[in-house]
Design a protein around this ligand. Sequence first.
Ligand code: ZN
Length: 453
Amino acid sequence: MVQQIKSPDNEKNKLKIPYFSILGVLVVVILVTILWRPLNLDRTVYVPLNSQAQTTVTDTSTSSVVIGDGRIDMVGDKSKSENVTESSDVPEDAIAKDELDDISEEKDNTVQYTIARGDTLHDILFRYNVNKNDILQLTSKFKQLANLRIGQQVSWTTDDNHNLLTFNWTISSNNVRIFEKSGNKFIESSETIEGTSENVVITGDLKTSFVADARKAGLTSNEIGIITRALQWRLDFRRLKVGDKFAVYLSREMHGKRLSNSKLLGVRIKNGTKDYYAILADDGKYYDINASSLSQSFFRYPLAKQARVSSGFNPRRVNPVTGIVTAHNGVDFAVSRGTPVLSVGNGEVVIAKYSGSAGNYVAIRHGRQYMTAYMHLDKILVKPGQQVKQGDKIGLSGNTGRSTGPHLHFELHINNKPVNPLTASLPINEGLTGKSKKAFIEKVKNIKPKLSF
Ligand SMILES: [Zn+2]
């Protein structure tokens, strides 16, 4: 068709010029589309099809890896062809834990949870570090567990190695399903002793720390954990001072003398002159008294522009240099040196320093359950203890530490466990509207007076 346009002019061709011009334009458009696609791929984030897939290095000298079924060249453009992902991302500085972290790691290892909209049992247990095989066994054997309802209580106990020992599902006060590990499998039983539920209000003053004073007031570790998670985006519990106050409204499910479940209906914390509330809505989530979300949203990527993933999250990656299988606890983005690195959410900088093979390393804590890490930076632009907002520039990407090419290594940890940042379910910041907001405001009118000191 292109040739026809270029053919010598004659009367017929002259008449056909507009027609061929249109065809010519079409050809150009088609060619551009075809050529554009592969170019565009370099600006696209590849989500690994299977994050569990073994990553093997086919040839370290040409700097390419195989992820899942697809071969990914480390860098598309020739000028940076010697780029390879880093050999190690292990920082020398671990993130310090505090008293609030210890709460979720008490010796009984029991977690209580209220089912919220959008939850699946698999996601919940995964978020809390429960052994994957146990999750799979439980959810595949007992299909009824797909019928969890919003607002229902579940609780589970693990051993020190995160193996699931028991899982309890409270369907109603006199119908509790218990799934207990026996040998290698789970067996189901039910507890039909009539449970009694009682609503209690527990108040206290801050004398030493929230955890210690809440315990003294009669709250269990589980209940303290639920409270700190509900308000994690609004309040840093470590900053509470002597003289601050708390009031907690709970529904406690008793089976005989045993406290089987607690549901936090509402909490108020008075910090100085400011009041912080978390009230349970019908969707199983907590909102402030104006029906605004207590959650905080995250960016999926710590970059202003999307970048190619040169190495995906892989708990069993073969180290490109040593050949030893080590976890790749994050995602590598192929970005040139000096690319701005952004905090994916509001938070507090907990680490900002040069740290061994991680190079210039920044770690940010977001609320109680989330932590992000950014490694091999050329330059660090924040200081430990600094509060950052979502989108703040925290550093420039680079090639520091044990890294053999410029790239950004990015990690997301939920409940102190690294997860795939490209696929992890992230909290969304969505307030209530319409009918559900109206119903919630009515609820607040009932609960708020109970939360007086
Ligand atoms: Zn990496």
